[in-house]
Unconditional design. Structure first.
Lengths: 413, 413
């Protein structure tokens, strides 16, 4: 053993961290809180385990591993299982009338790793990335970890404001930098739960293409539409040109798979594939899901999942209607896991979140989702994880906290 | 749909690639070749599927998912399944007499993703990274992808040369840069199959600590020792100080799991954990392996795996002894998947590889493993994947090619 006196005692290995790490660590990261039974969780976009297809996956795994074990336990390449990529292409082609092939897809460790790979492949330090403001917090973190400079653009009911997008593009160009991409979550937007209109998508695409800026379309919740008609993706509207789309099995099967995908035109996709340094996404998982899809089990499961979460959403909206009426405003989401609550001016989402935590309810204050100019008077409520029979309790308890805060606010005024 | 004339036809999205991507794409990447039945594969460190524990994994999966499905299909955090991290700590403690806990481990998508995470966390563009020369090709690629500048140091039978390491450290300091870490594969080194001696490890550690340079110890093959006594890890020798160690289940269970780990002191490890942007390694896989380990199945499997590959190595060495005697030189490896063959001066490993490919044998020319000053007269042969009954054919055919090249070489002289 080395005598410890031989080592420089003053030497701190964390001094060796890269600039991106020092910057990132200076800001609190997402802390992972394991499930706590006694807490009513409305904070994160976490699926309800009661709808996980455990028995079907057990049977699928047995069949798959006995017949395909040689492939499922072996290296599988950076782009990933061609059978599953083929199935993804067929599904998107049916949904959107496209003619994609397995060559348009790469499998990833969820949509999160898909965005990480896009940033690693595209973003040089100081490059501008434009995003919805508010947007998904981890995506803000991922873009900043790659030293991209974020410009956030506000949303209305139809999506990001085109004028603000154009100003952001010009602002980047005026400073001699390039806006690499616009990051959006166009269906059941995270956190506002709006879905971008067709007209707005076309307008944003037109601006992006005029300025040579990619659109990165994170559609992690896209398969969870309970009602209404799907709007064509940016990818379909542009016939793939200048658009990278990403999706996930996290919300439909389970996040524990860590399985998602990137969809792009082959030339750009191959560049993203070449930037994978992890030897690809686990074949054990991709062959399991390929068999789950091929057997038809996925489609049947997805139907159950949609009914399950639609029911939760309906109960949640009913509870909001009963307890929040007159206290706050919200829109009924057509899909996804969230309701975005606008609180009265001057009422703080962070304060509500703190007080709710004391009463064992976890919610996400809206301020968490902004890359700049955070609005204080919002909160995001996820109806996905909480047990159906606890919705009423949680919402009524929240309403009491909210009422107290509104009263305190009136007094201060 | 957007009228395609509205899009700038001249616009090429791949022009938006980051500098690191343009640099990396300019060099040929590792192309993934799916298994071809008719080819005898001696090129890559790929396990033999006949030893994959298919039946045991089927039974383990069923038991695990029925009892732990709520966790295995859910988000699991950046650091990963604490049960498996605890099991890893216990194993290392038994092997090396340490007192590690689950807090010293993070689960990763194989040792490959562990190195990717280390580079992302530590390497700023232009930082110096020192490595064995030759070393594992994907690791060279990963370090370069993060714009680290590699200095390679030669090896003798005991490991990397301390004088060369010291010169590299001084060279970095003289140019005002920092050598962030020394990357090594100390057991059954990839590609030379040597194991670093205890004395050499101590000397390298001493130099590293004097210069404030980390040691990154990639021990992906460490569990595959067929004979002889294990040498303490750099991590154990330094009691963790200034060392990051990584391991993998790829060679013992199967690469299709994409499961490995990083071992470090908690403070440094937490920085690496915070730099994960992919929401961690698939819980479905980590709970499966945790159960496989906890049930004792892993230990029994590992014993079979060691006997299986020891037998292959013995057959391979016997075939080399018979056919390569007098044509080339090699050492008998005590573990791992490789034999490193020194060819006569002037005989090219690349030419042998080309000619072998024409006769349907895949080998890895030694030149592929150098980050600088590539030696032409080496080749790496993997005995792991090829069927035992084909070893004789492959080695005798290679010997014929080699003999032809030596003869041609003598004529040229």
């Amino acid at each position: 053993m080395l005598n410890s006196r031989q080592m420089r005692n003053s030497w701190d290995p964390t001094q060796l961290l890269a600039r991106r790490a020092r910057d990132l660590l200076a800001n609190a990261g997402p802390s992972y809180a394991p499930p706590r039974e006694q807490v009513l969780r409305l904070a994160a976009g976490v699926p309800d385990p009661t709808v996980f297809p455990v028995e079907e996956l057990v049977q699928t795994f047995e069949r798959m591993l006995r017949s395909r074990g040689e492939l499922a336990l072996q290296y599988g390449g950076n782009q990933g299982n061609a059978e599953l990529r083929h199935a993804l292409a067929e599904r998107v082609n049916r949904q959107e009338g496209l003619a994609l092939t397995a060559d348009n897809f790469m499998l990833t460790g969820g949509a999160a790793q898909a965005l990480e790979n896009v940033c690693f492949s595209l973003v040089d330090p100081g490059d501008v990335v434009i995003c919805e403001n508010p947007t998904f917090g981890l995506s803000i973190r991922t873009i900043r970890a790659h030293e991209g400079e974020l410009i956030g653009i506000p949303l209305d009911d139809d999506g990001p404001l085109p004028d603000a997008f154009e100003r952001a593009l010009s602002q980047a160009e005026a400073s001699g930098r390039r806006a690499k991409f616009l990051y959006v979550t166009p269906n059941f937007q995270n956190p506002t739960a709006i879905t971008f209109s067709l007209e707005r998508r076309l307008r944003l695409l037109d601006l992006a293409s005029r300025h040579g800026c990619l659109i990165v379309e994170d559609d992690a919740y896209g398969d969870l539409r309970f009602e209404g008609e799907a709007v064509p993706s940016f990818y379909a509207l542009a016939d793939g040109r200048g658009v990278i789309r990403m999706g996930s099995y996290s919300k439909t099967i389970g996040p524990g798979l860590r399985l998602g995908w990137t969809q792009a035109q082959p030339e750009l996709l191959q560049a993203l594939v070449a930037m994978r340094l992890d030897m690809g996404t686990a074949p054990l998982v991709t062959y399991l899901v390929a068999e789950f899809v091929a057997s038809g089990a996925f489609n049947g499961h997805l139907e159950r999942v949609l009914l399950f979460y639609k029911d939760k959403r309906d109960r949640f909206l009913a509870a909001l209607g009963e307890h929040f009426d007159g206290l706050a405003r919200w829109r009924a989401p057509e899909g996804g896991f969230f309701v975005w609550i606008e609180l009265p001016e001057g009422v703080s989402g962070e304060k509500i979140a703190e007080e709710a935590m004391q009463e064992r309810i976890m919610i996400a204050p809206g301020s968490r989702f902004y890359c700049q100019d955070a609005c204080a008077n919002y909160m995001r409520l996820a109806f996905s994880f909480i047990a159906a029979e606890e919705i009423e309790t949680a919402v009524s308890r929240l309403a009491k906290i909210l009422r107290r805060n509104i009263a305190a606010q009136s007094v201060r005024r």
